[in-house]
Design a protein around this ligand. Structure first.
Ligand code: CAA
Length: 700
């Protein structure tokens, strides 16, 4: 065995040269790996008597792609596209053995080899689109040559992972084996030597022309994804696969470089690493408490969604309601959710009966005496919650975690009614709880670190993005929402139309404008919150709820009542003419001098409000790092992923621009628009939010 460098080694076994790539955790094609592989290939092909060279991966995977950490930094030779070209041109038959995942640049290395064999369980894919890129090491040229333009285009534009069996059928891999990578490498190499496994160079295959298909896909993308950059470049590059390969690779290279320069690429990579870094908190080093059996109080929409998420993760669930009818409804909802998961391919049909059997519906909290963790998802009212937690305190076994799914209420106050505040935590799920990725883990003053650690392990088990939040009204997400939602209300009071505000923000990239979101969530929820906060509302604060209050007084609560800011008829959505009447009356009553706002100004105000409140959340250490705020907004509030989150976006504007904007708006309303001290500090010392992401603040 010859160690070429710290990530690549070569071994000669008679006529076979075995090149092993070993760059944990995912064998990313870092500079070291590329350099080692290049040297290993030169060395192996210069040895006498070598009949076949095999590349395989050590550890749990082949190569999961280029090393994403290198993106945005000065490129280091050897470059992956050149290396793949060199691989393809090697005169000795050269094959790759793929196990675990072969993604992005990993699959592209394999496409350059002369045959690819897979090991059962393998998944392949070209997911670069999720990072604002395109396959830039020949993937757009070689994949269509192997599996045809429609299949390749679908794989590249969806970024999906393809199971080994499908990859075999598509022609992306040539044969499937069972076994360890090195053993399979030897076996497949022997088969090449005796002519049982054919090898051929991908660049010598011609892709079948499919211009009409490409045109159709392109036209659809222009309609649905005009705000994104890389999908259009993917299509452009795939179209070039009909050219001689050198020309096609040149087109791909240029398109890749263009994608690399975009802010969308930087934002999407921020989200990729943010999703993974967000659980890196001081408590992550502490052993969590074991959780196998969950209790859920409340079988409404939230409770049944949380129950579904837990069942899908293989946890036992005891679901509690007060009356049989509500319990039956909850059970039916869970059934419906599980069946939907089967339909969407999230749950294998054969696992459905076992998953269903993990659910135990029960009447009364006494049934929770043996659970490891309870999630209370009852009515959002402090007195209701306090009663439930008193009962839980007397029923639950010692060490059981008592969690509230409250969206706003004070976890410390809830914890204080129990004799075990150290076991109390907030687990704030988002509706529909079995679909939405975000889980806010709200840590109270007395919450034990093992309880926080368990919250994060549970999030991981449920495949959710857990974000640590401190206690305040609305924690991270709903606190920001309550603030920036006011901007939308002020804009409408002062002259914009709700549809215009929604359109401006959807054009910016939000999945839905704020009025559509409110209609979906139910206007009654905000109404209840406004009433709850009325006694503590500072008298200098401009009230933002006049229009929404009038709408609610009519009994129009949005989608569920068929009428809100919009009118709903089945799947059809129309503007609601009655809203204009309400808006005009309220403007008149308040003596408002109606202004005109263009869409750019709407986005500016909305984003500036969101960012200022996000900064205050950081100042108060409700969020530990800017990335925590970003992940909350991206995974729970429909914030456009390709903008990276409010504070990543804020870095693209810079603190001085934000200060200027806030000072301008403060001339209209100096209570709402205030410059956070942290922004002034950042402007004076030249720091960016990204500089704070490495630091972890500790709650006091
Ligand atoms: N580069 C650098 N680091 C990577 C990486 C990559 N391509 N892929 C994963 N990692 C890191 C993660 O950041 C994580 O690090 P920490 O433990 O420090 O947080 C670690 O590897 C493990 O990753 P996951 O937590 O995601 O592990 P998982 O088992 O849940 O998933 C995976 C494994 C499916 C490979 C997933 O990590 C993944 O999807 N990775 C990205 C794959 C990808 O996008 N490849 C294309 C890269 S771009 C490219 O290749 C461009 C080109 O054309 C040349």
């Amino acid at each position: 065995m010859l160690n070429i460098n710290e990530t690549v080694s070569v071994e000669i076994n008679q006529k076979i040269a075995l090149i092993c790539l070993d760059n944990p955790p995912v064998n990313a094609a870092s500079q070291s790996l590329r350099n080692g592989l290049q040297k290993a290939l030169i060395w192996a092909s210069s040895q006498n008597g070598i009949g076949v060279i095999v590349i395989y991966g050590a550890g749990c995977t082949f190569v999961a792609g280029a090393d994403i950490k290198e993106f945005g930094k000065p490129p280091l030779a050897p470059f992956l596209p050149d290396l793949v070209n060199e691989i393809e041109k090697i005169e000795i038959p050269l094959i790759s053995v793929l196990h675990g995942t072969a993604l992005g640049g990993g699959l592209e290395i394999a496409l350059g080899t002369h045959a690819r064999v897979g090991i059962i369980g393998l998944k392949v894919g070209l997911p670069e689109i999720h990072l604002g890129l395109l396959p830039g090491a020949g993937g757009t040229q070689r994949a269509p040559r192997l599996c045809g333009i429609p299949a390749a285009l679908d794989m590249i534009l969806s970024g999906k992972h393809i199971h080994a069996e499908d990859a075999l059928e598509m022609g992306l891999i040539d044969k499937l084996y069972d076994g360890q990578p090195r053993d399979v490498a030897l076996q497949a190499a022997q088969e090449v030597l005796i002519g049982q496994l054919e090898t051929r160079r991908t660049d010598q295959i011609f892709a079948k022309s499919h211009h009409a298909h490409i045109d159709k896909v392109e036209a659809k993308l222009i309609k649905t994804h005009s705000h994104l950059f890389s999908p259009h470049k993917c299509v452009q590059a795939v179209r070039a696969c009909l050219l001689p390969i050198a020309e096609g690779l040149h087109v791909e290279r240029q398109a890749f470089e263009e994608c690399m320069q975009t802010p969308q690429r930087a934002a999407l990579i921020h989200v990729f690493f943010g999703e993974r870094s967000v659980s890196r908190i001081p408590e992550s080093k502490i052993a969590p408490r074991p959780v196998a059996h969950i209790g859920i109080i409340g079988a409404g929409t939230m409770g049944s969604g949380i129950a579904t998420a837990c069942l899908l993760a293989g946890l036992r669930v005891t679901l509690i309601e007060n009356v049989q009818e509500s319990l039956n409804k909850g059970r039916a909802k869970i059934e419906q959710n599980l069946n939907g998961s089967v339909k969407r391919g999230k749950l294998h049909a054969e696992k459905l009966p076992r998953t269903q059997s993990l659910l135990q519906p029960a009447l009364g909290i006494e049934a929770l005496d043996q659970v490891d963790l309870v999630v209370e998802a009852a009515f959002e009212d402090m007195n209701v919650k306090k009663e439930i937690f008193k009962e839980l305190d007397s029923v639950c076994k010692p060490g059981a975690i008592l969690a509230s799914n409250t969206s706003y209420l004070d976890i410390n106050e809830i914890a204080a009614v129990t004799s075990r505040p150290q076991d109390v935590i907030g687990l704030h799920f988002f509706s529909p709880a079995h679909v939405m990725r975000l889980l806010e883990i709200v840590v109270g003053r007395k919450t034990d670190p093992t309880v926080t650690a368990t919250g994060f392990t549970l999030a991981k088990k449920l495949r959710k993005v857990g974000v640590k939040a401190g206690v305040c009204d609305g924690f991270i997400g709903n606190r920001l929402l309550a603030h920036y939602r006011k901007t939308a209300a002020y804009l409408v009071l002062d002259g914009a139309q709700p549809q215009q505000v929604d359109q401006a923000l959807e054009d910016f990239g939000f999945a839905m404008g704020p009025h559509k979101v409110t209609d979906l969530a139910g206007l009654d929820i905000d109404w209840m919150n406004r009433k709850r906060k009325a006694p503590t509302r500072p008298k200098e604060e401009r009230y933002s709820g006049e229009i929404a209050d009038r709408i609610c007084e009519n009994g129009w609560f949005g989608r569920k009542t068929g009428q809100g800011y919009y009118l709903y008829e089945g799947r059809d959505v129309h503007t609601n003419p009655d809203i204009d009447v309400i808006i005009n009356a309220e403007r008149k009553k308040a003596g408002i001098n109606v202004q005109k706002f263009n869409n750019k100004e709407i986005v500016k105000r909305y984003m500036t409000a969101m960012i200022s409140e996000a900064v205050r959340v950081l100042e108060e250490q409700i969020a530990a790092r800017p990335l925590d705020v970003d992940m909350v907004l991206v995974f729970g509030y429909g914030f456009p992923r390709h903008r990276g989150g409010p504070l990543h976006y804020a870095d693209t504007l810079g603190p001085q621009e934000l200060i200027n904007r806030i000072e301008t708006y403060a001339k209209e309303d100096s209570h709402y628009w205030r410059v956070p001290d942290m922004l002034r500090q950042m402007a004076s010392d030249g720091t960016k939010f990204s500089d704070f992401n490495e630091k972890v603040a500790v709650w006091t």
